[in-house]
Structure formats: C-alpha cells, structure tokens
Design a binder for this molecule. Structure first.
Ligand code: NAD
Length: 407
C-alpha cells in the first residue's frame, strides 16, 4: 500500500521535561497538539510552563505577541486517550520503561484511526518491541528529541524493522518543519548517539577510579572543544536517572565504574537540580564549582576498590574518550545502524556538543588517518584488553588507505 502522511494534528503523551519541549516544537511548526498526562497536576504545570516560555520569548523579542498567542492556541489538554482518537501522530514521552510504553501503544493502537503514526521518544529502548504491541508496526518509529527539545537541533528518527518508507518520509518532513537536523538511525540499544556515549562515559568513569578527578577529565575534553565534559554533562542530565534505571532493572549497580555515581546519589547529590553533583552549584546558579568533597569521595571509592592510583594526563584522557567514540561509531557504521559517517558526525555535533571545528568524531578520525587510529586502538588493546579491539571497518578502510567519508 503506498500511503502518504500529512501531519496536521498530533498528541503528546507525557508532560514532563521532554513532553514540554516536544509540544512546543510541534506548536511552533503549526501542528495542533493535544496533551495527555495521567497526572493532572503535572499537565497543568506543563501548560503554564509552555505559556511562560512563550511570554519569555516575546519579552526577548524573538516572537511577537500574536505569534505567541497563535502557538499557545494550538496546544490543549486532553482528558483521556479517547479524546485524541483523530490525531495524525502521537508522540509518547512517558517514563523510560518498556512495559509501560508497550501498554500505552497497545491501547492507542485500538483507538486511533488506522492511518495514524505512533512514535516514541525513548532514549534507548527497542522500537521493534514497542511496535510489536500494535497491529501497525509499519507506522511505528522512534522520534528521539534531545533536551531541551524545543532548543536542541538534533532529532534522531529511529527506523524499526517494519517501519515503512512512507512513515519515515513523514517523520523527515516533520523534522524539517520543526527546523531540526534529522538523522535516521537503525534500531539498537541507545541508537546512534547514546550507544556511542556509553563507551565514552565508561572510559571517563574508569579513569576516575584509576587516578583522575572529574574536573581534570572535563577540563581535558573541554580543552579539546567539547561544550561540556562528561561529568558536567551528567550534572545537567541528572546523575540519578541512570542510578534509578539500574535500580529498577535490578542490574548494573555493582559495577566498579558506577560506584562514585551511586555514592553521590545516596548523598542526594543528583547534579545541578539538587545544587550538588560532581560539582557544587550556588542557589540559582548553573556555574559548576570544584568541590573538594567529591575528590575525597573519588579517592575513597577508588582506594576502597583496591586501585593503585596513578597520574593520568590530558593526552590519555583524550585518547581513551575519543577513540572509544570512534570505535563504537565504526561499529555503528559497519552494522548499517547509521547510513553514513556524516550522519554520526551530525548526531555528535548537534546533540552532544562535539567541537564544530573538528567536524565530528568520524571526521576527526579521518583527519588523524585511519591507519593511525587503527595502530592506536591496537596499542590500547595490548595495554588494556579486548574492549579496544578495532572495529573490522577501521582495519579494512586503513588497509585501503581510505577514510570513513570515502565509504
Ligand atoms: P519525566 O519524568 O520528566 O516525565 C514523564 C511524564 O510522563 C510525567 O509527567 C508522568 O506523569 C507522565 N506519565 C507517566 N506515566 C504515564 C501514563 N501512563 N500516561 C500518561 N502520562 C504518564 O520524563 P522525561 O525526562 O520527559 O522523559 C520522557 C521520555 O523521554 C523517556 O523515555 C526518556 O528516556 C526520554 N528522553 C529523555 C531525555 C531527557 O534528557 N530527560 C532526553 C531524550 C529522551
């Protein structure tokens, strides 16, 4: 069946951090939005916060009052799912829990018109498992916005095994209307961006245990040009999100590299939102200040785990964090999760604060030369083990004297 989709109306499920930004993206693009949350108080607060944001935009002179009124008029609360049965698209942004998302998709599938599209804003969950809860898997996909959704340019569009080309086209067209940089990703845990983030952050956390301190690691990566080092980023995102997810999943909590995070969370140090995390924040300030208590905690945890601490310089920090990104990026490319190295670079430039002048992790690797990257990964593999085994694609391209961009 060749079907085209024209998205004029949408519903957003969930009025939390992401739902708020997503609603504004849609309303700003001229889409009428109905909003559902099972917590009425949350929905009320969210509507007020959207109105506040538009009023702020008017005060800043970014839009005029008539435009603010028009945008706000496109947003309304819906009492239940029955009230949204005629929308063209639903974007779900509830808690990151597969069973909950499946339940919502199953229910919506039974109510929505047959041609409606169903999208999830999940950060990492299996889109096919979500689609399997419906009888319309060809109309299900991931629309992964980044926080704050109305400001961040990146949109990862996740293609499930059965997502139809027409549904994908509709998502790309919507991305364009919302002024996003859209990148299509295959379905794997974490998609392109968060899958690569995992080994990058793992190296940063391991180096804390081996001898470095958060400020030192962040300074090295910010010196390279990242908008934020990994620990400052965790303070912004909230250290407690992964902590709670590990707790809920009942696994991962014992891994040595998360012990500093666990201790910080047990102390109520969740990051910027609680005034303390890896750094200290004065009330009302987002300025990350060095906190000697955190260094003492890092020392205590790492010694408690039996690490013989050593000096770790900025060269080693950059080498391990950047090569972890590049090697995972190469695997993502060879598996066909990303269509091109450029797409991976776009994700890192627009969603993760990778320095623009370096062109993205894959372009940076090409500048170094893949033969050089290959040798450096082999050297790390000899010193630290098989997690550094170079992706097959790197060896192949290096042998041909090619780069990722030549593929
Ligand atoms: P949040 O906790 O701020 O908001 C979730 C909202 O969902 C709450 O308002 C809650 O009341 C509502 N909700 C829960 N169950 C519901 C139900 N059955 N029906 C209707 N509403 C329900 O969460 P968030 O940070 O906005 O994250 C939402 C999703 O977006 C998650 O899947 C998350 O992984 C993903 N995501 C988050 C970020 C981020 O930086 N926060 C970035 C990208 C993607």
């Amino acid at each position: 069946m060749s079907q085209t989709y024209d998205i004029k109306t949408a519903a957003v499920i969930g009025a939390g951090t992401m739902g708020r930004g997503i609603v504004m993206c849609l309303a700003n693009a001229g889409v009428t939005v109905q909003w559902v949350d099972n917590n009425p108080q949350m929905l009320e607060q969210a509507l007020a916060s959207v109105a506040d944001t538009y009023a702020h935009n008017v005060r800043q002179g970014r839009i005029d009052q008539a435009e603010a009124d028009a945008r706000l008029a496109r947003v309304s609360a819906a009492a239940d799912y029955a009230a949204i049965r005629n929308v063209d698209l639903v974007i779900e942004a509830v808690y990151e829990n597969l069973e909950l998302k499946q339940k919502i998709f199953r229910e919506l599938d039974g109510l929505l018109k047959p041609e409606a599209l169903l999208a999830s804003n999940t950060s990492a969950l299996d889109i096919d498992a979500i689609a399997a809860a419906t009888k319309r898997p060809e109309q299900v996909l991931g629309l992964h916005f980044f926080s704050p959704a109305h400001i961040m340019k990146l949109l990862e569009i996740v293609r499930g095994a059965q997502t139809s080309p027409a549904a994908l086209q509709a998502a790309l067209a919507l991305g364009k209307r919302m002024g996003k940089v859209s990148v299509v990703s295959g379905n794997c845990h974490g998609f392109i961006g968060n899958r690569m983030l995992h080994p990058y952050v793992l190296e940063a956390r391991k180096m804390l245990l081996e001898g470095a301190y958060p400020q030192q690691i962040d300074a090295a990566l910010q010196g390279f040009g990242f908008a934020m080092g990994p620990f400052r980023m965790y303070d912004v995102v909230g250290i407690d999100l992964e902590w709670r997810a590990r707790e809920l999943a009942g696994k991962g909590q014992d891994a040595p590299q998360v012990q500093v995070d666990n201790r910080l969370c047990e102390m109520g140090r969740f990051g910027q939102k609680s005034g303390n995390g890896y750094y200290h924040y004065e009330p009302g300030s987002r300025q990350a200040e060095h906190d000697p208590q955190v260094d003492a905690l890092v020392l205590q945890v790492s010694e408690g785990l039996g690490f013989q601490r050593r000096e770790i310089g900025p060269e080693e920090i950059l080498e391990r964090c950047l090569l972890a990104l590049v090697n995972e990026g190469a695997k993502i490319l060879q598996e066909g999760i990303a269509e091109s190295a450029r797409d991976i670079d776009l994700v890192y430039l627009n969603g993760y604060g990778f320095p623009a002048d370096k062109g993205g992790p894959m372009a940076w690797a090409d500048q170094q030369g893949l033969a050089d990257i290959h040798q450096r990964l082999l050297a790390l593999q000899t010193r630290q083990g098989d997690q550094w085994k170079p992706a097959r694609l790197i060896g192949e391209l290096a042998a041909q004297g090619k780069g990722f961009a030549d593929r």
